[in-house]
Design a protein around this ligand. Structure first.
Ligand code: ACO
Length: 329
């Protein structure tokens, strides 16, 4: 009898810029203070990519580490998926630039835009190609250089975001491990709640778009907050129920790092101990599609996460999009 094909993570990597922007640095730029930022968001500092570098530099660093830890040569990659809303260029895709940097010339390559849920969407897409028996090894990168689309004069957003990249290699296995379940969603009626209005075909770059600061990210934070606490819990509970699992069965819950209050709220509602819900928002801010893969990599490097652990991840973001995934590590 033919054995079932499963998808597991064979390697992880992460990269953040060296430059640290603290809350007291921001106090010098906009009317804000450390107390407000820490109490409302949990963020103490974030990283900002240095001039002259771009998305591809972070993507390459994170990817090289993930490929090395997977024990692969880049030529063994069958596909590269880069989840990002801050690519190097509108076209070509960052994944094609990455393919060339890595010399992974056997890999198909495309970018995926699903806001902060991009990494979860990317894992799920990669999983389909592996389960279908077509591909063996797929690189999935969650990467953002949000500092380049942040309005550094808007205190309601500039304190929140940071730059970073996380990468994983998905590989085929016939063992009983890997992705168990996933759940992807979108509601385009909320598109305006988190948007970069200009720079696309609707409002191409022009003098007016520059003057009106329309190339920067605009966000309705209160509405996103309400949406996030609702859908994250619903999504996770549904996925667990579907597999006859309970929140207490999880060894790890990786939540999108957008606000510590959202993370704490969900953790407490589901009665999951703090140590099972990794947090890096205090050090890196909201790095969008990179928050979850960076947190996963940190747990791997610290030697805390091990094969067989039951792991869930849930993210939400622009689109609106949200999604989650449960896997046996
Ligand atoms: N420093 C000081 N005061 C500030 C700042 C700041 N940086 N920003 C806003 N304020 C003020 C506001 O002007 C307001 O003042 P007012 O009461 O005089 O009008 C007051 O603080 C309260 O503002 P709120 O927006 O109500 O503050 P809230 O507690 O909702 O926190 C926040 C705002 C942090 C943005 C929160 O709504 C949030 O985290 N929302 C979710 C955002 C999110 O998840 N986004 C990302 C999703 S997708 C992705 O990850 C890319």
């Amino acid at each position: 009898m033919k054995k079932a094909i499963n998808t597991y993570v064979s390697g992880t990597g992460a990269a953040v810029p060296d430059t640290v922007i603290t809350n007291s640095d921001l106090e010098k730029m906009v009317e804000t203070n450390d107390h407000w930022i820490v109490s409302r968001t949990g963020i103490r500092e974030r990283r900002k990519l240095e001039e002259g570098l771009s998305n591809i530099d972070l993507s390459e660093r994170a990817s090289r580490e993930a490929i090395k830890r997977a024990g692969l040569d880049p030529s063994e990659l069958d596909m590269i998926i880069v989840a990002t809303v801050t690519p190097d260029h509108p076209t070509p895709s960052t994944s094609c630039l990455l393919q060339a940097r890595l010399k992974a010339f056997n890999a198909a390559a495309f970018d995926l835009s699903a806001g902060c849920t991009g990494f979860i969407y990317g894992l799920t897409v990669g999983h389909q190609f592996i389960c279908s028996g077509i591909y063996k090894n797929i690189l999935v990168v969650g990467v953002e250089v949000l500092s380049r689309v942040t309005d550094w004069e808007d205190r309601s957003t500039c304190v929140l975001f940071g730059d970073g990249a996380g990468a994983v290699v998905l590989s085929r296995t016939e063992k009983e491990r890997g992705i168990i379940n996933f759940s992807l969603h979108a509601d385009g009626r909320g598109a305006n709640l988190l948007i970069i209005p200009a720079g696309g075909s609707a409002i191409p770059a022009c003098e007016e778009s520059l003057q009106n600061r329309m190339h920067f990210l605009k966000m309705n934070g209160n509405e996103i907050f309400k949406f996030a606490v609702k859908v994250v819990e619903e999504n996770l509970s549904r996925m667990l129920r579907h597999n006859n699992l309970k929140p207490g069965d999880l060894d790890y819950l990786f939540l999108h790092q957008a606000n510590l209050r959202i993370i704490d709220h969900i953790r407490k509602r589901l009665k999951i101990p703090q140590e099972k819900v990794p947090v890096n928002i205090d050090r890196f801010g909201n790095t969008s599609s990179a928050t979850i893969p960076i947190a996963i990599h940190e747990e791997i490097v610290a030697g805390r996460m091990a094969e067989g652990d039951l792991v869930a991840m849930v993210a939400f973001g622009a689109g609106l999009t949200w999604g989650g995934l449960v896997m046996k590590w």
